[in-house]
Write a protein that binds this ligand. Structure first.
Ligand SMILES: [Zn+2]
Length: 276
């Protein structure tokens, strides 16, 4: 599939491939084990749906569709084994290709919902098919999908790793430190600032690890590793409610390796279990 942003949608095109969201759940067909569904077998009131094109290939156009305002009947469709499932479930149990498609669908639907009006004059925005972007005639600015960079990282001290529990996490779940990049900050500065703000520690030897788009709703997670420098753990009590040093043999509940936080912790384990 080639990525493309577009709004034109022909309901009589039987080759449309849809990724359907209903009240923040995604519709999944158990028989075909797929969340890409053919419009030919679907009964949707398109006049009430939010629809945005996310890509195409030789055979099909791919569209993200939000049916939350449509009275979508799960059991009134040509597919007989449709279920609604949590998007995070899909993200933790799918191939990178599926994660990429659903992430793009979720991200662009959010962009569509939040780009209806011009932020300067309040008029309805128009859509430029050439640019694949919204605009308002009051300015020359095009409104592209917003991507919010967010730094995430782990801190090691000897054979121990610092993991923190966000107040939104389930009991017992710990992960890496994360936070949004501020205006005019480098990624390394963000990481240093977030670690100081959230757990009160100074860090050193910051090294890039990798990155991952995270569509809740539009983050790009950029991951780092670093070493502890100085200070005692002091959690901010607002975002982070608990943080501790853990040994590789005694880790708490951690995120799955489909997320970059899980991959960071796994790489720490691989490095340190070798040394035991
Ligand atoms: Zn305007």
């Amino acid at each position: 599939m080639y990525f493309k942003r577009f709004l034109e949608f022909k309901t009589n095109n039987s080759d449309n491939s849809l990724i359907i969201f209903n009240n923040n759940k995604v519709i999944f067909d158990k028989d075909s084990n797929s969340l890409i569904l053919k419009s030919l077998f679907l009964n949707i009131d398109y006049s009430k749906a939010l629809i945005i094109g996310i890509g195409e290939d030789e055979n099909s156009q791919y569209l993200a569709v939000d049916v939350s305002s449509c009275n979508f009947d799960l059991h009134g469709q040509g597919y007989t084994s449709l279920i609604e499932t949590d998007i995070r479930n899909i993200l933790t149990n799918s191939t990178s290709n599926v994660i990429s498609i659903i992430g793009r669908a979720q991200h662009l639907l959010h962009w569509l919902k939040t780009s209806k009006y011009c932020g300067s004059c309040g008029s309805l925005n128009k859509f430029s098919s050439k640019e694949g972007a919204f605009y308002c005639s009051c300015s020359k600015e095009m409104i592209y999908p917003r991507i919010s960079p967010c730094v995430i990282g782990i801190i090691t001290k000897g054979d121990e790793i610092l993991l923190a529990r966000n107040k939104l996490f389930p009991e017992g779940m710990f992960s890496a430190i994360a936070g949004f990049v501020e205006a005019s900050e480098t990624l390394e500065e963000t990481f240093e600032r977030e670690v100081m703000e959230e757990v009160g520690l100074k860090i050193k030897n910051i090294e890039y690890f990798g990155n991952q788009p995270w569509p809740f709703p539009n983050q790009l997670m950029i991951a780092f590793k670093c070493d502890y420098d100085s200070g005692d753990i002091k959690v901010d009590g607002e975002e982070i409610v608990e943080a501790n040093w853990f040994k590789p043999t005694n880790l708490p509940k951690i995120p799955p390796t489909t997320s970059i936080s899980g991959q960071l912790i796994k790489s720490y384990l691989e490095d340190h279990l070798k040394l035991l």
